[in-house]
Design a protein around this ligand. Structure first.
Ligand SMILES: [Zn+2]
Length: 329
């Protein structure tokens, strides 16, 4: 969905695969992380011929800040995500503010981020966004709008849905997803993770990948909880005419994001996520490549991110029960 739009309930179409017209964005990010990267000028310096070993060493020292290996890992520490609730600007969000604090929902969700060693503290604040339904990352700070949490609650199923999904799964999955998606941007920025492709796709996959690493039942509920909200977004986007500029956005189209997550999960474990192909409509032609897609992402994660994870703390995340939340109405 795009910001400042109302979110009318839409009837579930027979097949959400064929008639997507207008597609929106969620979880925006800025490009501030580029400021941490090597300039084009310093990269161009690599192509100049070296006159001596001393010149070479000097040149490498100049390039060092652009590489992950140059990060001072000794200063990186786990448990660096801090949470700040702001009083909602909109009185309609007060019940969300109160419930989130009473149930310590976001405090619990930030535990997902605790094992990742970071060079600095990161603030995650929850605040009103004047009607914008979204979440953001910029310069070491995550912002999640009350409007986005409200949107998750509004789209909670009223009873058990096909595929064994419970109402609470459709709340917790998207809540974990928005935190981890924005935390993915945070890692890419602060750890200077190289990306070959669109950052928004990488953030989606990072979030889903981490959720796949918890217990089997938990992972299944979280991923299909995300899929439930993703399908709602597809339905809402299908109700509007598609404009060419929608294809130029930083984010993939809602249907693409939906299938990317399902594909990663199916590639992770075909048996556990076999419903992705049946109930959740992942096309068999795409499903064939999902194991390769998972292995590609897994290789990137193991190479670039795993060295920054505190293994013992991550084990405690994996052992947690993430679905014991009361569903807010
Ligand atoms: Zn994003």
């Amino acid at each position: 969905m795009s910001e400042n739009e109302s979110k009318p309930e839409a009837a579930i179409p027979e097949c959400p695969l064929n008639s997507v017209r207008r597609l929106g964005s969620r979880h925006l990010t800025t490009m501030s992380r580029r400021s941490n990267r090597a300039s084009h000028a310093s990269l161009a310096a690599r192509t100049r011929p070296m006159r001596s070993k001393i010149t070479l060493l000097l040149a490498l020292a100049t390039l060092a800040p652009s590489t992950a290996f140059a990060l001072d890992l000794a200063t990186h520490k786990p448990d660096r995500l801090r949470l700040e609730y702001h009083v909602p600007k909109n009185p309609a969000h007060e019940h969300i503010y109160n419930k989130l604090r009473e149930q310590r929902v976001l405090e619990r969700l930030t535990e997902f981020a605790a094992p990742f060693r970071l060079p600095r503290y990161v603030l995650m604040k929850i605040e009103g966004c004047d009607g914008t339904v979204n979440a953001f990352y910029e310069d070491g700070e995550i912002k999640i709008c009350y409007e986005y949490i409200e949107y998750i609650y509004q789209n909670t199923p009223q009873g058990p849905v096909v595929g064994g999904l419970r109402p609470e799964d459709a709340v917790v999955g998207p809540m974990v997803d928005v935190v981890l998606h924005e935390f993915g941007h945070t890692l890419f920025d602060l750890l200077e993770i190289p990306l070959l492709g669109r950052e928004e796709d990488a953030a989606d996959l990072f979030s889903a990948y981490v959720q796949l690493k918890v217990g089997r039942d938990e992972a299944r509920a979280l991923i299909f909880g995300i899929a439930f909200l993703g399908r709602k977004e597809i339905e809402q986007s299908m109700a509007k005419s598609l404009e060419l500029q929608e294809f130029a956005k930083e984010h993939g189209l809602p249907a693409q994001r939906y299938f990317n997550v399902l594909c990663l999960a199916y590639g992770f474990d075909r048996e556990l996520f076999k419903d992705a192909v049946t109930h959740w409509h992942l096309p068999p032609a795409r499903a064939e490549s999902c194991e390769d897609e998972y292995e590609t992402f897994d290789h990137a994660y193991q190479t670039l991110i795993e060295p920054h994870v505190d293994a013992e703390r991550f084990k405690s995340v994996q052992a947690r029960k993430w679905l014991q939340f009361e569903v807010q109405k």
